[in-house]
Design a protein. Structure first.
Length: 137
């Protein structure tokens, strides 16, 4: 009886089927995932030929088409806008407010918002618009 010695067992891992499974899983998750859009304030700004770019580090009041008011993307009412604006003005050194109003809003609401901003000791009111050439694109 002879001893044959130890037989070597092949331990190579075939990764070709593993790669196929990974790609199938990737395709499955890409097709089954829903693309989530971030909620935001939908405003169609009016256009102006003389519009200038302005950094958006100031306090922003947004007025949507359905007359909702947002102070720095936080929903407020016309009644508590003055109080909230005074709180925001106390936090900042710049006394400027950008008003982003949809082009279809009532002018009276925009005037009320500007009046409340003046009551909150705003030194500069900036009406946000888009350049006329951006509209043509």
């Amino acid at each position: 009886m002879e001893f044959e010695g130890r037989k070597r067992i092949s331990t190579r891992l075939n990764i070709a089927p593993l790669i196929d499974v990974v790609f199938l899983l990737l395709i499955f998750f890409m097709l089954s995932s829903h693309f989530i859009t971030q909620p935001g304030i939908k405003i169609t700004l009016p256009s102006a030929v003389t519009a200038k770019l302005h950094p958006e580090k100031d306090i922003t009041i947004s007025i949507t088409e359905d007359s909702n008011l947002y102070l720095n993307e936080r929903l407020v009412t016309l009644e508590n806008l003055l109080e909230q604006l005074k709180i925001e003005m106390a936090k900042t050194e710049k006394k400027a407010v950008i008003i982003k109003a949809d082009e279809k809003i009532d002018l009276g609401l925009a005037v009320k918002v500007m009046d409340l901003a003046r009551q909150a000791d705003v030194e500069r009111l900036i009406i946000s618009t888009k350049l006329e050439e951006d509209v043509k694109r």
